[in-house]
Design a binder for this molecule. Structure first.
Ligand code: HEC
Ligand code: HEC
Length: 461
């Protein structure tokens, strides 16, 4: 069954650089029917199954890594996985070799207020280095012909993606480009891997993305910041398998349990603000929120409503690089996806704007905006506080409860002239393409007192 992309309009490429492929309008997003699944089996599959398809042979991994400390293990894992850290999975490949690979939690789990939160976006990982050389070096640890064959399959993929996934600064993610490169190396009909790309690779801009929390999907009708992920979400979620799953049959076997993975994702609740709240101030803030913010972000509490709205990039004014078709949202990748196995049940159809996200658990999701350019809620509500150049703390114990977000140090210069002793890639430089912290100025017209009240209310969501 191929889903008819109803409501998808073809937008002609205008002088503003808008994409000319399948594209959705801004405004409300329609809902799509989802396959149901079993959340308990989904949790198991998420941390035990081999949906990534390849990895480093376990024997080589063990030469470098000790069993994970208790604090990094997940309850209920069995066999070798019982001793793996939460974000790694050991499994047996199609060729029968035991390998270890990062799982979804590499990007979709993070520590906040001293607790590991499954589903919270990883906002500390460092993608500023080329990992190709590292993948190559691992080969020195691998013994035996079958194991070497398995390692080289993994190495080839990592070497292919490495140059296209280097971000300018630590803390942002390059998954959007990663998907684009993997699509480019795969035959759309058979999913077979080709060492030479079959279509043009992504443009030289690596789109920086702040990983969104999974619980947004309880309310969002479409996946991704630009509302591109339409149709069956489980089928879209399993694009993580495009790293090494090389046949449609294998992909279909993974797809069979992904409705369960989705059911587990949908069961995850955002963490509650663990510190004190001034209830009277928050009540005042609620009124301000409902007047100033709710038309886009919805209402919370007893009578919840969520409008599922995509706001045109010109209107919200945040960095337009992603919304205007960079990374995986360039036309050729949309077409690849929509005509492939993935397109049987789902389709990618981005809008030239950004989804106004649900704000449940928003205290925990700093930094803010799709590119993570605004480190605190206080700065999100008052654009005069946003620094052009800054470094931010990557110590998850260093959370700023007053500004609600991550502590930063303002700098006078950016990546082209880093201050003495400061590594260029540790600087968030908002003048780099894709990294702007402009826009979303809806809090600027409020008084300082109103902003304080609003901030107090946001802690309670
Ligand atoms: C390399 C990092 C990475 C890995 C691995 C990864 N994701 Fe993501 N994921 C992202 C990023 C970044 C986004 C946001 C992309 C965007 O909106 O353009 C995202 C978005 C999502 C969303 C949509 C959230 C929303 O609010 O729109 C879901 C659901 C999701 N991922 C599930 C998964 C699952 C399930 C897996 C494993 C099968 C997985 N992801 C693996 C980085 C990753
Ligand atoms: C016209 C619609 C609109 C209004 C009004 C609006 N927002 Fe937003 N908001 C958005 C959009 C769109 C985004 C995503 C922008 C992006 O990622 O580039 C966003 C993002 C956010 C984020 C970042 C969420 C995250 O996890 O990164 C927060 C927090 C937020 N808004 C709070 C507010 C508050 C508080 C108000 C009221 C003062 C408000 N917004 C008013 C549309 C709106």
């Amino acid at each position: 069954m191929r889903i008819a992309p109803a409501l998808v309009v073809l937008v002609a490429c205008g002088s503003d650089g808008a994409p000319d492929g399948p594209s959705s309008p801004v405004g409300p997003m329609p809902a799509y029917e989802q396959r149901t699944g079993d959340a308990a089996n989904g949790r198991r599959a998420l941390i035990e199954e081999g949906y990534v398809g390849c990895g480093v042979p376990l024997s080589a991994y063990r030469k470098v890594f000790e069993p994970a400390p208790e604090s990094l293990r997940l309850a209920g894992r069995t066999g070798v996985n019982a001793e793996m850290p939460y974000n790694m999975t050991a499994f047996r490949t199609a060729a029968g070799i035991e390998v270890v690979t990062p799982n979804c939690l590499q990007c979709h789990a993070e520590t906040i207020a001293g607790k590991l939160v499954i589903g919270l976006g990883n906002h500390t990982a460092d993608y500023t280095n080329d990992v190709g050389a590292l993948a190559e070096a691992v080969g020195g640890l691998v013994e035996g012909e079958a194991e070497r064959a398995e390692w080289s399959r993994w190495r080839d993929r990592i070497v292919a993606i490495a140059p296209y996934t280097i971000t300018a600064t630590q803390g942002v993610n390059s998954a959007d480009n990663l998907a684009a490169v993997l699509f480019a190396h795969r035959d759309r009909e058979t999913l077979a891997w080709s060492d030479t790309p079959l279509m043009e690779l992504p443009p030289d801009i690596v789109v920086p993305v702040d990983v969104p929390p999974w619980w947004h999907m309880q309310k969002k009708h479409a996946m991704f910041y630009v509302g591109a992920g339409r149709g069956d979400h489980a089928r879209i979620m399993m694009t993580a398998s495009t790293l090494c799953v090389d046949t449609v049959d294998e992909a279909r076997a993974i797809d069979a349990y992904f409705p369960d993975v989705r059911a587990y994702l949908m069961s995850i609740q955002p963490p509650a603000w663990p510190y004190a709240v001034d209830a009277a101030l928050a009540a005042t803030g609620r009124g301000i929120f409902e007047q100033t913010c709710a038309r886009c972000h919805g209402t919370y509490g007893d009578l919840e409503e969520y409008p599922n709205l995509i706001v045109a990039v010109d209107e919200v004014g945040t960095d337009g690089t992603m919304a205007l078709g960079a990374g995986q949202f360039a036309d050729r990748y949309l077409e690849w996806f929509n005509e492939s196995f993935f397109g049987e049940l789902a389709f990618l159809s981005p809008a030239p704007g950004y989804v106004a996200p649900p704000l449940d658990g928003v205290w925990a999701t700093a930094p803010y905006l799709h590119n993570g350019s605004v480190p605190t809620l206080r700065a999100l509500l008052d654009s005069s506080l946003r620094a052009t150049y800054f470094t931010r703390s990557f110590d998850t114990d260093d959370y700023d409860t007053s500004a609600v977000g991550w502590r930063t140090t303002k700098l006078a210069t950016g990546q082209s002239e880093p201050p003495r002793g400061v590594r260029a890639s540790s600087i968030y430089d908002t003048t780099v393409r894709g990294y702007s912290n402009a826009g979303h100025t809806y809090g600027d017209a409020l008084s300082a007192g109103e902003r304080d009240a609003l901030l107090e209310y946001l802690k309670t969501l």
